[in-house]
Design a protein around this ligand. Structure first.
Ligand code: NOJ
Ligand code: CA
Length: 600
């Protein structure tokens, strides 16, 4: 790891006035019926703003976070054991990827029982204890709502497939085949057709994802009522909201006609545009969400910038925020990697900001469990530039007008894994694509693997690197997925002890963000959208104005400040070796990967 020299960051004036706001501790609870009033209250940066606009969310992929019983799989007790680490980092909300009972065809995104904890992760007592410990620290928990589909082992599907007149038949989407094949030409995201013939009745069921993930039939009011009950069950336990898996896909196109040829490679644009998605979300809001102080964030795969406000305009009463994928998928076509440019990335940020408008709100994220590591993707993961570029990306991510979603390990600048062969991958998606593209002879193994190395979801799923101990301190057993061999250099223990680390830069950014309302709520303006090297933007609220400059290159770059713009002080920089700034200077000499927040 590069040891970047940490320079004084906060101005002394700020140090004096900006005491860290300690989050109020809630009353410890047994975890069984945590009512709305028990939810911790974080002091608002802007009075009246909902808590979730000012939250910083940290995503935990439990399987890879921390294993406490040596079975090689992370568990809920492992999360509880690391809450102080997260609290010190400064996150106040945790998004837990699915923790429900599952046969793990897609690592928990295939749920067998929505009211039971996955046995590998622990049990309900462990969950209740984890939640109570979060609340005790003033933290909130949001969980994953995966209700476009269930597992084929869910009792609803076990019943549904029995016979055409089973009471649960209509919980899923069954059709007769056409000309001896599938009912239509829908492809599955995980390879092959989205239909599977079931021998019991000779009909086909729909699965947008794996065969073990049959799609639920939202047309059936009983299905919707079941989902709302599940939501109430967890909200009544005290969770503070949901990340909603592929939520735009819940309404299927009327009549399920064939996809036009041009949509076959990207069916998400059709799957996300069913006729009743907004009706269902408004009903869900009326029936459940409006009765709790809960936040919602929809995974809006297939939704364009223009459509986004339909989900997030507060006046429509659907969701609070969505994840747009145009930014993290900027340089992707499925598993293929393409080049990207800084102006394209900036255009995505500007578009995202615009879609929030005055009645909506956005998310800011650079990766999650479905995408490569952010420093390997948008930064520079070579030993020389990894740490400073990871800090630059964090500066960008945490100074948007949006709720930031940080993914586990990104606070350390964890990198992509050095994959070699197909046998190194675990992901169900990779197996389907290998069959469709390589085994079918459409592309060579070398070509597929060279792209996959950069685009695979498994890059983000390798175990969390806690220390230089064997298996990065993640497990005393055999990890379910290989640990990145760079853990001796990149790990939490080393970074917590190093004030100049990527970890501490994240901590400082969150601290500054929580204390400067303009960095959360202020207007965003890109000063120089076409600049291929520097991202320069201002955040303005009332009479407070801040400038963020980020050099996306390995070179020193001179940035000329626009007419009339004067830097008053440096608020926070990322430790790129930098000469002192001359007061009133018209130009800033930005060091390689320098990222600085200035007060204007
Ligand atoms: C999106 C999830 O993030 C991904 O991990 C999963 O494979 C699919 N939805 C299916 O649930
Ligand atoms: Ca375990």
């Amino acid at each position: 790891m590069q040891t970047a020299s940490f320079r004084k960051t906060l101005l002394s004036v700020m140090m004096g006035t900006l005491a860290i706001c300690q989050t109020a501790m809630s009353t410890p609870s047994t975890g069984s019926a945590l009512a709305k009033e028990d939810t911790p209250q974080t002091p608002a940066a802007r009075p009246g703003a909902p808590w979730w606009k000012e939250a910083v969310v940290y995503q935990i992929y439990p399987r890879s976070f921390n294993d406490t019983n040596g079975d090689g799989i992370g568990d809920l007790n492992g999360i509880t054991a690391k809450l102080d680490y997260l609290k010190t980092l400064g996150v106040d909300t945790i998004w837990l990827s699915p923790h429900f009972d599952s046969p793990n065809a897609d690592n928990g995104y295939d749920i067998r029982d929505y009211r039971k904890v996955m046995s590998e992760f622990g049990n309900m007592d462990d969950f209740d204890r984890m939640l109570a410990e979060m609340k005790r620290r003033g933290m909130r928990l949001i969980i994953d709502l995966v209700v476009n589909h269930s597992s084929d082992e869910h009792r609803w599907f076990v019943e549904s497939r029995q016979s055409k007149d089973n009471p649960y038949r209509d919980y899923y989407i069954w059709r007769d085949g056409r000309d001896g094949g599938a009912p239509n030409n829908y492809p599955s995201f995980f390879g092959g057709s989205a239909w599977k013939k079931d021998e019991a009745t000779g009909q086909y069921y729909l699965h947008y994802f794996a065969r073990k993930q049959p799609d639920l039939n939202w047309e059936n009011p009983k299905v919707r009522a079941e989902v709302y009950d599940i939501m109430r069950f967890w909200l009544d336990k005290g969770v503070s909201g949901f990340r909603m898996d592929v939520i735009p896909f819940i309404s299927k196109p009327d009549g399920l006609p064939d996809l036009p040829a041009e949509n076959l490679a990207h069916p998400e644009f059709v799957y996300a545009n069913g006729p009743r998605v907004h009706q269902y979300l408004q009903e869900m809001n009326r029936e459940v969400l409006s009765r709790y102080d809960a936040m919602t964030v929809g995974e809006a795969f297939g939704i364009s910038f223009e459509q986004a406000p339909l989900f997030t305009d507060a006046r429509r009463r659907e969701l609070d925020m969505i994840f747009h994928f145009d930014l993290v998928r900027l340089d992707r076509d499925g598993w293929r990697k393409k080049d990207w440019t800084l102006p394209e990335l900036k255009a995505a940020y500007a578009q995202i900001d615009r879609t929030g408008g005055s009645h909506g709100w956005n998310t800011s994220f650079l990766t999650n469990h479905d995408n490569p590591r952010s420093v390997s993707h948008f930064g520079d993961d070579s030993p020389e530039w990894r740490a400073v570029s990871a800090k630059a990306l964090a500066t960008m991510m945490l100074t948007q007008r949006a709720t930031p979603f940080l993914y586990q390990g990104d606070e350390l600048g964890m990198t992509n894994y050095p994959f070699h062969g197909i046998e190194d991958y675990d992901d169900v998606e990779v197996k389907g694509q290998w069959h469709d593209f390589v085994e079918s002879g459409k592309v060579s193994a070398e070509e597929y693997l060279s792209h996959l190395r950069q685009t695979s979801r498994d890059n983000a799923r390798t175990p969390m690197q806690w220390s230089a101990a064997p298996n990065a301190g993640f497990t005393t057993g055999t990890p379910w997925l290989a640990v990145n061999p760079n853990y001796a250099q990149i790990n939490a223990t080393a970074q917590v002890d190093d004030a100049g680390s990527v970890y501490h830069h994240h901590r400082r950014l969150m601290e500054v963000r929580s204390q400067i309302p303009a960095l959360i709520h202020g207007e965003f303006r890109d000063l120089d959208p076409a600049n291929p090297k520097v991202f320069a933007y201002t955040r303005t609220l009332d009479d407070k104005r801040y400038l963020v400059l980020i050099n996306f290159t390995r070179e020193t770059v001179a940035y000329d400040l626009p007419e009339g713009l004067k830097i008053a002080a440096t608020l926070l920089d990322n430790g790129a070796a930098q000469p002192p700034l001359q007061p009133g200077a018209a130009s800033v000499s930005l060091q390689p990967w320098q990222a600085t927040i200035y007060q204007l």
